[in-house]
Ligand binder design. Structure first.
Ligand SMILES: [Zn+2]
Length: 213
């Protein structure tokens, strides 16, 4: 009898672990609970495609921190399960950071997470990691364009090209972008954008990131 109870307890414990795949979205830095709620509400109403993608990524076992600390750029991936986003870029309606670009930023950081999960720590390289992140964001942007939302793809091609030209030559981002431009995906993405109907933008398909992992 005791054995059966132990087995039952173990199975409940195990199922709770397997269900614990969903990450959380939490405040970071000095954000108060109220400020955090306001930011979440703002994103949900004013950045709905971005927020939908954020929830999709959270559901892939990623902890997401929205922080009011401005360290570096808009986003940062940490290890295999964590993304930190700067709320400065999410809530200030910066002309340089429209929702389409925020979507690309998020896909880029998730691309790092996928790379970090695939590669052993001693087998990781900065350039290869950036290449994987840029390529992943371009690939998903293409999937979105095929489903009618061309904004992120247009933004990705435009920003990546500009950064490859203006970035420091020894910066791993610049090197990775130059490599990406020689990847068949680059030309395919340019053709895809040219051939896609740009007269309408769709909503972000919920399942897109699961299909191409
Ligand atoms: Zn990166």
């Amino acid at each position: 009898m005791l054995k059966q109870w132990i087995a039952l307890f173990a199975s409940i414990l195990l199922s709770s672990f397997t269900l614990a795949k969903e990450g959380a979205i939490r405040p970071g830095g000095t954000l108060s609970a109220t400020q955090f709620r306001q930011i979440v509400h703002y994103c949900q109403t004013d950045r709905p495609r971005f927020w939908s993608l954020l929830e999709d990524i959270r559901n892939q076992d990623v902890q997401i921190t929205l922080s009011n600390e401005r360290k570096g750029g808009p986003g940062k991936a940490v290890g295999e399960h964590r993304i930190v986003l700067s709320t400065f870029y999410l809530t200030n309606d910066l002309p340089q950071y429209p929702e389409d670009r925020l979507i690309i930023v998020l896909l880029h950081e998730y691309g790092h997470i996928l790379y970090n999960r695939q590669k052993a720590r001693n087998d990781q390289s900065r350039v290869a990691n950036e290449f994987a992140a840029f390529r992943y964001s371009l690939e998903v942007a293409g999937q979105l364009a095929k489903k009618g939302d061309t904004g992120p793809l247009r933004e990705a091609l435009h920003r990546m090209k500009a950064r490859s030209q203006t970035g420091r030559p020894d910066d791993p981002h610049t090197i990775a972008l130059k490599q990406l431009m020689n990847d068949p995906l680059w030309q395919a993405s340019i053709r895809l954008l040219a051939n896609t109907d740009t007269s309408h933008t769709g909503t972000l398909p919920k399942t897109v990131i699961r299909h191409i992992q």
